[in-house]
Design a protein around this ligand. Structure first.
Ligand code: GLN
Length: 492
């Protein structure tokens, strides 16, 4: 074996497992031997993972087949799991254990994965830097003085640091794409409704979507194929068949696999404030796509800037309603010696929720209140529709939209402590697609300032995950950006 086991991706590891040249147990042991220096895991269950790996090896030896049999991963701690506690990064869920698995978790388990545990995230997935977790910040493996992005920061850091070949994430307004961009990995947020939200702790239900984070588009396709599909337990789950993404990706041939693909570049995604290093890396990625046969065309998304206020009204409004269930009665933590019911609610929620979550609940309750509902919430809903319409107009002239994932590389820990709005503004390129419910992807395209990774964002029309994966795969077949690792960058 020429490659260290912890370097193996999903596809590589699977083919070795299938060829009998690798055991899941050895793969898992190699990953567990690596210290978590970045605070990526909230819970690393070495015994459970070893036992599950041994069971997967026994199933394979007995001739059983499952698409991901023996592949190690871990779950963002926003998915409920019966085997491990679930916190959503919040004190209020301290000690909570779900009686069931989220559908996405259950499907991956059914496909044969071995879970190494639960990954850190921003509290209730609210954040862009993983600095809002009640259980500690996550550090970026490329530079531990910087954030890994958020809210799926633990997932991103673990995959980038080669503690895992892949992880689950969720994306409400960018939480798969932005941490993938900040840590040089590949992540896809599918069309809203593609993956079941059942058992995914709700933040903003009309936006929340699960997806895979891994080191290549092919590895993402492996996971997504298992995660996606209709679920009768989620009323917003799509009745769409899951295409053969892997087969379609492998079918691409020749030196011009993207011939005929029109990639739309919205002017609004390349504003003057975009950092020059990010712009340069994104343009280098686009130039490669052109070499592979794609044609770059101009499109417009005129309401891009409005996506920020629209999202930061709608998401908190939904959050304030979703989080009302955490009252100290049914789930997790309860305050000590409550005087009466009101005191129980108030102190449990004051002690249990962190400052960012409290801020969102207050904003959400305010914009939904009588007298402000029309002025804020209803207006935001109308603009949300217009933003979605803009995408449909743009897709008349192109097959995919591309641009940066974020306006800068990962910032320093604490850099945005003084003003939460700074982080909100940095979501500008991921929020429009989220509001429209469109699939989006982050693909590494080199390094920017401070030697930090930069992601290219690809946005497709509804159900066009296959086109995103195909495009990213073609790029990754022709370039090495996705293979860059923080250890290599640091000369380790
Ligand atoms: N950064 C955005 C927020 O704080 C998006 C988070 C997410 O997608 N979960 O709400």
């Amino acid at each position: 074996m020429t490659r260290a086991l912890h370097e193996l991706g999903v596809a590589e590891g699977l083919s070795l497992l299938e060829a009998g040249q690798l055991s899941s147990r050895d793969w898992v042991d190699a990953l567990l031997a690596r210290p978590d220096r970045y605070g990526a895991f909230l819970l690393r269950d070495a015994d459970g993972a070893r036992a599950a790996a041994a069971a997967a090896d026994a199933r394979r030896a007995a001739g059983e087949h499952a698409p991901l049999l023996g592949v190690p991963l871990a779950h963002k701690d926003i998915f409920v799991t019966a085997a491990h506690p679930t916190t959503a990064g919040s004190r209020i869920l301290e000690g909570y254990r779900s009686p069931f698995d989220a559908t996405v978790v259950a499907r991956l388990t059914q496909a044969g994965v071995v879970s190494l545990g639960k990954l850190n995230c921003d509290e209730f997935a609210m954040g862009s830097a993983n600095e809002n977790s009640a259980y500690g910040k996550v550090h970026n493996p490329w530079d531990p003085s910087r954030v890994p992005g958020g809210s799926s920061g633990g997932s991103a850091a673990a995959v980038a640091a080669r503690l895992l070949p892949a992880a689950t994430g969720t994306d409400t307004g960018g939480s798969i794409r932005q941490p993938a961009s900040f840590t040089g990995i590949t992540g896809i947020k599918p069309t809203y409704g593609r993956c079941s939200r059942y058992g995914m702790i709700a933040f903003a239900s009309s936006l929340d979507q699960a997806g895979p984070m891994a080191r290549s588009a092919e590895d993402c396709a492996h996971l997504l194929s298992a995660m996606a599909g209709f679920d009768e337990r989620d009323a917003t789950s799509l009745q769409q068949p899951v295409p053969d993404w892997l087969g379609d990706m492998r079918a691409q041939h020749g030196s011009q696999p993207l011939k005929g693909l029109r990639i739309g570049l919205p002017d609004e995604f390349f504003p003057a404030q975009l950092d020059a290093d990010v712009n340069a890396a994104v343009r280098a990625g686009l130039a490669q796509l052109e070499k592979l046969g794609a044609e770059l065309v101009e499109v417009q998304l005129p309401r891009t800037e409005l996506a920020i206020p629209v999202y930061y009204l709608i998401a908190p409004a939904e959050a304030s309603s979703n989080l009302s269930r955490f009252d100290g009665v049914r789930y997790g933590r309860r305050c000590e010696n409550p005087k009466d019911l009101l005191d129980l609610y108030q102190r449990t929620r004051t002690e249990g929720f962190g400052p960012e979550v409290q801020r969102r609940i207050l904003i959400g309750a305010y914009v939904l209140s009588h007298g402000y509902y029309d002025a804020y919430y209803l207006q935001a809903q109308k603009l949300r529709r217009m933003i979605a319409d803009d995408f449909q107009a743009a897709f008349k002239g192109c097959d995919l939209i591309a641009g940066p994932v974020a306006p800068s590389v990962a910032w320093k820990l604490g850099a945005q402590d003084d003003d939460p709005v700074k982080a909100y503004l940095a979501d500008i390129f991921t929020l429009p697609g989220s509001l429209a419910g469109l699939p989006g992807m982050s693909v590494p395209v080199g390094l920017g300032a401070g030697g930090m990774p930069v992601g290219l964002q690809l946005i497709g029309n509804y159900f066009m995950e296959g086109r995103l994966l195909h495009t990213a795969h073609a790029l990754q077949q022709a370039t090495d950006w996705h293979r860059a690792s923080p250890a290599a960058a640091q000369g380790v």
